[in-house]
Design a binder for this molecule. Sequence first.
Ligand code: BES
Ligand code: MN
Ligand code: ZN
Length: 519
Amino acid sequence: MNKIEQSLAVEIATGVVPGWKGDALIIGVYEGGEAQAALSLCGKVVIHEVQQRLAEKWLRGSLGESIAFPTPANSGLLVSRIVLLGMGKKESLTTESFRALGGHITTLCHKSGITSCHLLITLDTYHKPKQKRTRIPVVEALAEGAWLADYRFDHFKSKAVEESKEAFKDHPFKRLFLGVQATEAAEEKKRLLAMKWVTRGVILARNLGNQPANLLNPETLAQEAQQLAERLPHIKTTVHNEKILAKKGMNGILAVGSGSHTPPRLIVMEYRQGGDRPVLAVIGKGITFDSGGLSLKSGEGMVDMKFDMCGAAAVFGLMQMVAEMALPINVVGIVPAAENMPSATAQRPGDVIKTAKGIFVEVVNTDAEGRLILADALHYAASFKPAVLIDLATLTGACAVALGGQASGLMSNNDPLRRQLEKAGDRSGERLWPLPLFAEYQEQIKSTVADIKNVGGREAGAITAACFLSRFVESNQPWAHVDIAGTAYDMSGSRPHVPKGAVGVGVRFLYRFIQAHWM
Ligand code: BES
Ligand code: MN
Ligand code: ZN
């Protein structure tokens, strides 16, 4: 699973259009039937063919729509077909539209057996709506979308794999050439390479997220971390087993894991290539399956709970990314891993546990388990003296209800950090939206028998969960909590660059955050 198969090569192409070789040339068409400006580079014959089809309204130009026709014999072009690809309204194009377009291109090539294709779209310049001076990073976004869409989790589809392998044996989508001006080629190549590592990180996060819970448990997740360290230079993995957890007084992690046949783990992955520069610590919730424990979930509520380790998956993806990019930074990834199961040895509602920080917690509901394992992990993270501490967790259904799949919830004790992360979210396409941490919310987690309880009632569920976490972070420690319950997986298949299942959310906004403030 650790081995990332990224068979699609995305390359920069310069030179004149007639010299390009391949199966297809893709030309962008805006809604309303206007072709992109760079069509003018294709020579009279092709220009005429395209204009004629647009005049006859062969396609409307809505985003992702496409038609293909054979390249006219006397055109002088070396590609065998011309594809017209709808781009939507020109004035409303955003970076995210280009990611979606990249996704559509991959899907299109897979479906029609195109092995290699060239894009004209990247030869035009686009500006952000209402910000005439800000250029959209078109090449990067298209490549990102194309790579993100070139993903299938089909390890367990014996028949379908055979069939699709048969169908595409001679025609896997192998190469995407993005046309750019010669003066920009060097710069774009650099960005492309970075995007390759980023999307590889996303793919690792998806692979882990999609892995079923009978195969991925705290132990096998820890093995994945060890393999990551073997596979990549400069990553050091340390796995703390249940005995060490007991020694460290990490009863939050132990209590959650106590109902499972597979004992819990605390996984630590260190990447230190930044000398004496500050440390970034990232924690990911690693519940490999969340049945709810004795506060058992309904059958329906349990279906997708193998995804309850997607925070952890993002941390894995991040660690792989920084190591493959050989960034001169210091990052520590921390994953508390446990399986939340009901059994005779499971914790009970009403139990009181002493966390590693010494705070006593009344466990009102064993289904609010994420905050219990994160409590110990947050406390442990302090030992690395991080300049910034970020946790990612599929923490509350309440957050998914509030924001749906369009944004992750963002809660922080530090305004500048929150703004930095919001910006990173916007840039990456993985949006983060703030929720307040007003002191008054802390009242909701007061307990009659212990210091705090693990549930704060129905109201403001995402916020009271974050309030709980805040108790395990020093008040002067810049910290942000990202609730990815609504964004971690997407079963709709409605976004071309997000196949059904684990999204791999987190890797891309963390990349933008690191790029802007840590490199
Ligand atoms: N892992 C769930 C949250 C979740 C729900 C993630 C749906 C993704 C989709 C978490 O452990 C949980 O069960 N939270 C409870 C908390 C409640 C008992 C206070 C919830 O949200 O219902
Ligand atoms: Mn739960
Ligand atoms: Zn959970």
